[in-house]
Design a binder for this molecule. Structure first.
Ligand SMILES: NC(=O)c1ccc[n+]([C@@H]2O[C@H](COP(=O)([O-])OP(=O)(O)OC[C@H]3O[C@@H](n4cnc5c(N)ncnc54)[C@H](OP(=O)(O)O)[C@@H]3O)[C@@H](O)[C@H]2O)c1
Length: 279
Protein backbone atom coordinates (compact mmCIF):
# COMPACT_ATOMS: atom_id res chain seq x y z
CA UNK A 1 0.00 0.00 0.00
CA UNK A 2 1.38 3.42 -1.03
CA UNK A 3 -0.75 5.46 1.36
CA UNK A 4 -4.01 7.37 1.33
CA UNK A 5 -5.22 9.68 -1.46
CA UNK A 6 -8.04 12.18 -0.98
CA UNK A 7 -9.64 12.47 -4.42
CA UNK A 8 -12.06 15.26 -5.35
CA UNK A 9 -14.34 14.95 -8.37
CA UNK A 10 -14.12 11.16 -8.18
CA UNK A 11 -17.42 10.76 -10.08
CA UNK A 12 -16.30 12.95 -13.01
CA UNK A 13 -15.04 12.04 -16.46
CA UNK A 14 -11.41 12.08 -15.30
CA UNK A 15 -11.97 11.36 -11.61
CA UNK A 16 -13.58 7.97 -12.24
CA UNK A 17 -10.53 6.79 -14.17
CA UNK A 18 -8.16 8.24 -11.57
CA UNK A 19 -10.01 6.37 -8.86
CA UNK A 20 -9.72 3.08 -10.76
CA UNK A 21 -6.04 3.58 -11.56
CA UNK A 22 -5.17 4.53 -7.98
CA UNK A 23 -7.02 1.49 -6.65
CA UNK A 24 -5.20 -0.80 -9.11
CA UNK A 25 -1.87 0.70 -8.05
CA UNK A 26 -2.57 -0.08 -4.40
CA UNK A 27 -3.47 3.38 -3.07
CA UNK A 28 -6.20 3.69 -0.45
CA UNK A 29 -8.67 6.17 -2.02
CA UNK A 30 -11.02 8.45 -0.08
CA UNK A 31 -13.39 10.11 -2.56
CA UNK A 32 -16.45 11.71 -0.95
CA UNK A 33 -19.42 12.17 -3.28
CA UNK A 34 -20.84 15.63 -3.98
CA UNK A 35 -23.81 14.72 -1.76
CA UNK A 36 -21.46 13.85 1.12
CA UNK A 37 -19.18 16.88 0.75
CA UNK A 38 -19.90 20.17 -1.02
CA UNK A 39 -16.45 21.31 -2.09
CA UNK A 40 -17.56 24.93 -2.27
CA UNK A 41 -17.94 24.88 1.56
CA UNK A 42 -14.43 25.60 2.77
CA UNK A 43 -15.06 24.77 6.44
CA UNK A 44 -16.52 21.36 5.51
CA UNK A 45 -13.57 20.66 3.22
CA UNK A 46 -11.08 21.43 6.00
CA UNK A 47 -12.99 19.27 8.48
CA UNK A 48 -13.24 16.33 6.08
CA UNK A 49 -9.53 16.51 5.25
CA UNK A 50 -8.55 16.76 8.91
CA UNK A 51 -10.50 13.59 9.65
CA UNK A 52 -9.28 11.70 6.52
CA UNK A 53 -5.63 12.71 7.12
CA UNK A 54 -4.51 11.75 3.59
CA UNK A 55 -0.91 11.48 2.39
CA UNK A 56 -1.79 13.15 -0.91
CA UNK A 57 -4.68 15.17 -2.39
CA UNK A 58 -5.68 14.86 -6.07
CA UNK A 59 -8.03 17.65 -7.14
CA UNK A 60 -10.13 16.64 -10.16
CA UNK A 61 -13.24 18.64 -9.23
CA UNK A 62 -14.09 21.67 -11.36
CA UNK A 63 -16.74 23.33 -13.43
CA UNK A 64 -15.11 22.82 -16.84
CA UNK A 65 -17.85 24.00 -19.23
CA UNK A 66 -16.62 27.40 -20.47
CA UNK A 67 -20.18 28.65 -21.09
CA UNK A 68 -21.13 27.92 -17.45
CA UNK A 69 -18.11 29.86 -16.16
CA UNK A 70 -18.79 33.15 -17.97
CA UNK A 71 -21.34 34.48 -15.45
CA UNK A 72 -18.75 34.23 -12.62
CA UNK A 73 -21.35 32.43 -10.45
CA UNK A 74 -19.90 32.46 -6.88
CA UNK A 75 -20.37 28.66 -6.63
CA UNK A 76 -18.29 28.17 -9.78
CA UNK A 77 -15.58 30.54 -8.57
CA UNK A 78 -15.58 28.74 -5.20
CA UNK A 79 -14.98 25.42 -6.96
CA UNK A 80 -12.54 26.54 -9.66
CA UNK A 81 -10.52 29.09 -7.67
CA UNK A 82 -11.13 29.03 -3.89
CA UNK A 83 -11.02 25.22 -3.54
CA UNK A 84 -7.56 24.68 -5.09
CA UNK A 85 -6.26 27.73 -3.20
CA UNK A 86 -7.56 26.27 0.08
CA UNK A 87 -6.13 22.81 -0.69
CA UNK A 88 -2.76 24.47 -1.29
CA UNK A 89 -2.72 26.01 2.19
CA UNK A 90 -2.91 22.66 4.02
CA UNK A 91 0.69 21.59 3.50
CA UNK A 92 -0.41 18.17 2.18
CA UNK A 93 1.15 17.13 -1.17
CA UNK A 94 -1.39 18.29 -3.78
CA UNK A 95 -1.81 17.30 -7.40
CA UNK A 96 -4.15 19.81 -9.03
CA UNK A 97 -5.62 19.39 -12.51
CA UNK A 98 -5.60 22.40 -14.80
CA UNK A 99 -6.18 23.10 -18.47
CA UNK A 100 -4.63 24.28 -21.74
CA UNK A 101 -7.25 27.09 -21.65
CA UNK A 102 -4.89 29.11 -19.41
CA UNK A 103 -3.31 30.07 -22.77
CA UNK A 104 -4.72 32.15 -25.63
CA UNK A 105 -3.81 29.60 -28.29
CA UNK A 106 -1.87 31.98 -30.56
CA UNK A 107 1.73 30.74 -30.00
CA UNK A 108 1.89 26.95 -29.56
CA UNK A 109 3.56 24.87 -28.35
CA UNK A 110 3.39 26.08 -24.75
CA UNK A 111 6.11 25.13 -22.27
CA UNK A 112 5.24 24.81 -18.57
CA UNK A 113 6.71 28.26 -17.83
CA UNK A 114 4.96 30.10 -20.68
CA UNK A 115 3.08 33.15 -19.34
CA UNK A 116 -0.60 32.45 -18.70
CA UNK A 117 -2.88 34.43 -21.01
CA UNK A 118 -6.47 33.13 -20.81
CA UNK A 119 -9.18 34.52 -23.09
CA UNK A 120 -12.36 33.33 -21.35
CA UNK A 121 -13.70 33.14 -17.78
CA UNK A 122 -12.98 29.41 -17.40
CA UNK A 123 -9.36 29.97 -18.43
CA UNK A 124 -9.05 32.97 -16.10
CA UNK A 125 -10.45 30.98 -13.15
CA UNK A 126 -8.10 28.05 -13.80
CA UNK A 127 -5.17 30.47 -14.21
CA UNK A 128 -6.03 32.16 -10.90
CA UNK A 129 -6.08 28.76 -9.16
CA UNK A 130 -2.67 27.91 -10.63
CA UNK A 131 -1.31 31.27 -9.46
CA UNK A 132 -2.43 30.49 -5.90
CA UNK A 133 -0.32 27.31 -6.04
CA UNK A 134 2.74 28.89 -7.70
CA UNK A 135 5.87 28.46 -5.61
CA UNK A 136 4.35 26.03 -3.07
CA UNK A 137 6.90 23.26 -2.50
CA UNK A 138 4.20 20.59 -2.07
CA UNK A 139 1.90 21.49 -5.02
CA UNK A 140 2.03 20.10 -8.54
CA UNK A 141 -0.29 21.34 -11.29
CA UNK A 142 -0.96 18.96 -14.18
CA UNK A 143 -2.35 20.72 -17.28
CA UNK A 144 -4.30 18.62 -19.76
CA UNK A 145 -6.28 19.46 -22.91
CA UNK A 146 -9.72 18.23 -24.05
CA UNK A 147 -10.53 14.86 -22.45
CA UNK A 148 -12.52 11.80 -23.44
CA UNK A 149 -12.72 8.23 -22.23
CA UNK A 150 -14.98 5.55 -20.79
CA UNK A 151 -18.32 6.99 -19.72
CA UNK A 152 -21.94 5.90 -19.49
CA UNK A 153 -22.92 9.17 -21.18
CA UNK A 154 -21.11 10.20 -24.38
CA UNK A 155 -22.35 13.74 -23.72
CA UNK A 156 -20.04 13.97 -20.69
CA UNK A 157 -17.08 14.73 -22.98
CA UNK A 158 -16.70 17.46 -25.62
CA UNK A 159 -15.21 14.72 -27.85
CA UNK A 160 -17.72 11.87 -27.58
CA UNK A 161 -20.68 14.30 -27.60
CA UNK A 162 -19.90 14.59 -31.31
CA UNK A 163 -20.68 10.88 -31.75
CA UNK A 164 -23.88 11.31 -29.71
CA UNK A 165 -24.90 14.21 -31.96
CA UNK A 166 -24.24 12.19 -35.13
CA UNK A 167 -26.34 9.26 -33.89
CA UNK A 168 -29.16 11.56 -32.69
CA UNK A 169 -29.30 13.31 -36.09
CA UNK A 170 -30.37 10.02 -37.78
CA UNK A 171 -28.58 10.67 -41.05
CA UNK A 172 -28.95 14.46 -41.12
CA UNK A 173 -25.88 16.69 -41.43
CA UNK A 174 -24.36 17.96 -38.17
CA UNK A 175 -22.15 21.09 -38.12
CA UNK A 176 -18.78 20.42 -36.46
CA UNK A 177 -16.19 23.07 -35.64
CA UNK A 178 -13.35 22.98 -38.14
CA UNK A 179 -11.43 25.99 -36.80
CA UNK A 180 -9.91 25.22 -33.39
CA UNK A 181 -7.07 22.70 -33.13
CA UNK A 182 -7.42 20.30 -30.21
CA UNK A 183 -5.35 17.40 -28.84
CA UNK A 184 -7.92 14.90 -27.54
CA UNK A 185 -6.50 13.05 -24.55
CA UNK A 186 -7.68 9.70 -23.19
CA UNK A 187 -8.68 9.78 -19.52
CA UNK A 188 -7.15 6.35 -18.68
CA UNK A 189 -3.81 7.69 -20.01
CA UNK A 190 -4.08 10.78 -17.78
CA UNK A 191 -5.04 8.60 -14.82
CA UNK A 192 -1.98 6.37 -15.31
CA UNK A 193 0.16 9.50 -15.62
CA UNK A 194 -1.21 10.79 -12.32
CA UNK A 195 -0.38 7.48 -10.63
CA UNK A 196 3.20 7.80 -11.95
CA UNK A 197 3.45 11.37 -10.65
CA UNK A 198 2.31 10.76 -7.07
CA UNK A 199 5.51 9.16 -5.71
CA UNK A 200 7.51 12.00 -7.30
CA UNK A 201 5.13 14.55 -5.76
CA UNK A 202 5.69 12.98 -2.35
CA UNK A 203 9.42 13.21 -3.00
CA UNK A 204 9.12 16.96 -3.63
CA UNK A 205 8.26 17.35 -7.33
CA UNK A 206 6.42 20.70 -7.59
CA UNK A 207 5.41 23.34 -10.12
CA UNK A 208 3.67 22.60 -13.42
CA UNK A 209 3.74 19.62 -15.81
CA UNK A 210 1.88 19.02 -19.07
CA UNK A 211 0.36 15.86 -20.49
CA UNK A 212 -1.38 15.71 -23.87
CA UNK A 213 -2.59 13.57 -26.74
CA UNK A 214 -0.32 13.88 -29.76
CA UNK A 215 -2.75 14.27 -32.66
CA UNK A 216 -3.84 17.80 -33.72
CA UNK A 217 -7.50 17.59 -34.74
CA UNK A 218 -10.49 19.88 -35.20
CA UNK A 219 -13.82 18.60 -33.93
CA UNK A 220 -14.80 18.03 -37.57
CA UNK A 221 -11.78 15.73 -38.03
CA UNK A 222 -12.53 13.92 -34.76
CA UNK A 223 -16.09 13.34 -35.95
CA UNK A 224 -14.88 11.91 -39.27
CA UNK A 225 -12.96 9.25 -37.29
CA UNK A 226 -15.93 8.56 -35.02
CA UNK A 227 -18.70 8.38 -37.63
CA UNK A 228 -18.01 4.83 -38.92
CA UNK A 229 -17.45 3.58 -35.35
CA UNK A 230 -21.02 4.55 -34.42
CA UNK A 231 -22.67 3.43 -37.67
CA UNK A 232 -22.90 6.90 -39.24
CA UNK A 233 -21.83 8.21 -42.65
CA UNK A 234 -18.86 10.58 -42.80
CA UNK A 235 -20.99 12.81 -45.05
CA UNK A 236 -23.08 13.67 -41.97
CA UNK A 237 -20.12 15.71 -40.65
CA UNK A 238 -20.39 19.29 -41.86
CA UNK A 239 -17.29 21.46 -41.38
CA UNK A 240 -18.20 24.72 -39.64
CA UNK A 241 -15.93 27.74 -39.52
CA UNK A 242 -17.96 30.17 -37.40
CA UNK A 243 -16.21 31.38 -34.19
CA UNK A 244 -18.12 30.41 -30.97
CA UNK A 245 -19.90 33.02 -28.81
CA UNK A 246 -17.63 32.43 -25.79
CA UNK A 247 -14.06 32.81 -27.15
CA UNK A 248 -12.00 29.61 -27.32
CA UNK A 249 -8.23 29.48 -27.90
CA UNK A 250 -7.17 28.40 -31.39
CA UNK A 251 -4.29 25.97 -30.71
CA UNK A 252 -2.92 25.40 -27.18
CA UNK A 253 -0.59 22.52 -27.89
CA UNK A 254 1.07 21.66 -24.56
CA UNK A 255 4.75 20.74 -24.65
CA UNK A 256 5.43 17.59 -22.61
CA UNK A 257 9.19 18.26 -22.44
CA UNK A 258 9.30 18.65 -18.66
CA UNK A 259 7.54 15.34 -18.07
CA UNK A 260 9.84 13.62 -20.58
CA UNK A 261 12.89 15.15 -18.89
CA UNK A 262 11.74 13.78 -15.55
CA UNK A 263 11.54 10.29 -17.08
CA UNK A 264 7.87 10.08 -16.08
CA UNK A 265 6.24 10.45 -19.50
CA UNK A 266 4.24 7.61 -20.99
CA UNK A 267 3.16 7.96 -24.63
CA UNK A 268 -0.58 8.39 -25.11
CA UNK A 269 -2.86 5.83 -26.73
CA UNK A 270 -3.50 6.70 -30.42
CA UNK A 271 -6.78 8.60 -30.88
CA UNK A 272 -8.52 5.93 -32.99
CA UNK A 273 -7.52 3.11 -30.61
CA UNK A 274 -8.73 5.09 -27.61
CA UNK A 275 -12.03 5.85 -29.37
CA UNK A 276 -12.61 2.17 -30.08
CA UNK A 277 -12.20 1.52 -26.34
CA UNK A 278 -14.63 4.32 -25.55
CA UNK A 279 -17.52 4.17 -28.04
N1 LIG B 1 -13.14 17.47 -19.61
C1 LIG B 1 -12.23 18.13 -20.30
O1 LIG B 1 -12.26 18.15 -21.56
C2 LIG B 1 -11.11 18.84 -19.59
C3 LIG B 1 -10.13 19.49 -20.37
C4 LIG B 1 -9.06 20.12 -19.73
C5 LIG B 1 -8.98 20.13 -18.35
N2 LIG B 1 -9.96 19.53 -17.63
C6 LIG B 1 -9.85 19.58 -16.16
O2 LIG B 1 -9.83 18.24 -15.70
C7 LIG B 1 -10.40 18.19 -14.38
C8 LIG B 1 -11.46 17.11 -14.36
O3 LIG B 1 -12.50 17.47 -15.27
P1 LIG B 1 -13.68 16.47 -15.69
O4 LIG B 1 -13.83 16.57 -17.14
O5 LIG B 1 -13.47 15.15 -15.04
O6 LIG B 1 -14.92 17.22 -14.99
P2 LIG B 1 -16.38 16.63 -14.74
O7 LIG B 1 -16.62 15.37 -15.49
O8 LIG B 1 -17.33 17.78 -14.97
O9 LIG B 1 -16.37 16.26 -13.19
C9 LIG B 1 -16.44 17.26 -12.21
C10 LIG B 1 -16.45 16.60 -10.84
O10 LIG B 1 -16.52 17.60 -9.84
C11 LIG B 1 -17.58 17.26 -8.94
N3 LIG B 1 -18.16 18.48 -8.36
C12 LIG B 1 -18.62 19.56 -9.02
N4 LIG B 1 -19.06 20.47 -8.13
C13 LIG B 1 -18.88 19.95 -6.90
C14 LIG B 1 -19.12 20.42 -5.58
N5 LIG B 1 -19.65 21.65 -5.34
N6 LIG B 1 -18.83 19.61 -4.55
C15 LIG B 1 -18.34 18.37 -4.76
N7 LIG B 1 -18.05 17.88 -5.98
C16 LIG B 1 -18.32 18.67 -7.04
C17 LIG B 1 -18.59 16.52 -9.80
O11 LIG B 1 -19.45 15.75 -8.99
P3 LIG B 1 -21.02 15.73 -9.36
O12 LIG B 1 -21.08 15.33 -10.82
O13 LIG B 1 -21.59 14.71 -8.45
O14 LIG B 1 -21.52 17.11 -9.15
C18 LIG B 1 -17.65 15.66 -10.64
O15 LIG B 1 -17.23 14.54 -9.91
C19 LIG B 1 -10.90 19.60 -14.09
O16 LIG B 1 -9.94 20.29 -13.35
C20 LIG B 1 -11.02 20.24 -15.47
O17 LIG B 1 -10.88 21.65 -15.40
C21 LIG B 1 -11.02 18.89 -18.21
Amino acid sequence: MHGKVFLTGGSGLLGRQVRLALGRAGWDVVAPTHAALDLTEGAQVRECLASAAPDVIVNCAAQRHPDRCESADPQVVALNVALPALLGTLGIPLLHISTDYVFDGTTPPYEVDAPRCPINAYGRQKAEAETALDGLPHALTLRVPILFGPTDDWRASAVTVLAANLVAARGAAVPMDDLAIRYPTFTPDVARQIVRLLPALRDGLAGIVHYSGEEPLTKFLMALTMAPMVGCEATQCLPERTPPTVPRPHDCRLSVRRLQGLGLYERPTPFATALLRTL
